[in-house]
Design a protein around this ligand. Structure first.
Ligand code: 6GU
Length: 225
């Protein structure tokens, strides 16, 4: 998979060189390129924003640098992701679908957003996904691009060391993860639940499922079907 990230703060994406995406990068499963949007400006001040038509607070990102950036980076295979709190909420299902794509392009907006004509142009020429991490506001799309990239690339076949952990993990079955324990069996007067020490795999599986259902009911009733 190839991922291009367009931003006015390329250093924000430095963590992608580390940890899990870093390993996939080294193994040739993943090629991530970060671009400074200002590469596609032509004025002395490398302007990327301006005041909103119609008035109001804040600045809007001008369309011209975005147009040139997308012309240069996108291909017919591209899915263009615009992180925005106004987007559809990103979830594990979206992560799985994106992990099957060959090319993702992230457009990280700052200020009050990107001129709508850029979004309309993307929708006309490529496949557009406006995605939100949830109901809260970040200063820009960079942290969302990091989060979405990590959720997607760990699902690329051959990327994870142990694929079992993908099947068992939180959200794969629509339930939250059950609680986990390791040694010692007793710690500060707190004991590991007896069933986990019993060696009875059927009882362990049943207990874990009950715990997952109970947690989901208490914390995320919206996930219950
Ligand atoms: Cl994708 N962008 C911004 N700026 N804020 C957010 C978000 C995205 N998701 C949640 N809050």
């Amino acid at each position: 998979m190839r991922i291009d990230i367009i931003t006015i703060f390329p250093e924000y994406l430095d963590p992608l060189a580390l940890s899990l995406p870093g390993r996939a990068r080294e193994r040739g499963l993943l090629d991530i390129q970060v671009h400074d949007l200002r590469e596609w400006t032509h004025d002395r001040h490398r302007t990327v924003d301006d005041t909103p038509y119609g008035g109001g607070a804040g600045m809007v990102m001008r369309p011209e640098p975005w147009g040139e950036a997308l012309d240069s980076v996108c291909t017919e295979e591209s899915v263009v992701i615009v992180p925005t709190p106004s987007g559809e909420v990103f979830d594990q299902g979206r992560a799985a679908a994106l992990s099957a794509e060959r090319h993702l392009v992230f457009c990280c907006g700052r200020y009050e957003g990107i001129d709508q004509r850029v979004i309309d142009e993307i929708a006309d020429r490529w496949r557009l996904a406006e995605l939100s991490l949830g109901d809260f506001v970040l200063n820009g799309g960079e942290v969302a691009a990091l989060a979405i990239t990590e959720a997607v690339v760990r699902l690329i076949p051959g990327f994870m060391g142990n694929p079992d952990s993908l099947v068992e993990e939180s959200h794969a079955d629509g339930l939250l993860e059950y609680p986990v324990y390791t040694k010692p069996a007793s710690w500060r007067g707190r004991d590991v639940p007896e069933v986990l020490l019993s060696g009875h795999h059927g009882n362990v599986a049943r207990w874990r499922h009950e715990q997952a259902v109970e947690r989901t009911r208490a914390r995320r009733p919206d996930l219950e079907r």
